[in-house]
Ligand binder design. Structure first.
Ligand SMILES: [Zn+2]
Length: 79
């Protein structure tokens, strides 16, 4: 290995998930915070869970409601 071009490698880095699970894996960063991990990801847990970290889902729901309201209004005009 060439010297001085490789980042420091931590054999036991701490990866902290928002679900509370802490993973110890080798990494180039000593500590990292993640929002989702294999412990809580719906794909692995099998449960249907929506992960909304930035309020995007809330925005989408509001938009959907607005669209539905507009549709109703349009229906009234037609009939
Ligand atoms: Zn997790």
């Amino acid at each position: 290995m060439k010297k001085n071009i490789h980042p420091k490698y931590f054999e036991d880095a701490k990866i902290i998930c928002s679900c509370g699970k802490v993973w110890h894996i080798p990494s180039t960063v000593k500590e990292m915070k993640v929002e989702i991990c294999a412990n809580c990801h719906p794909f692995f847990t099998g449960e249907e869970k929506l992960v909304d970290t930035r309020g995007q889902l809330e925005k989408f729901k509001k938009r959907l409601e607005k669209m539905k309201k507009n549709e109703k209004r349009r229906d009234k005009k037609v009939s």
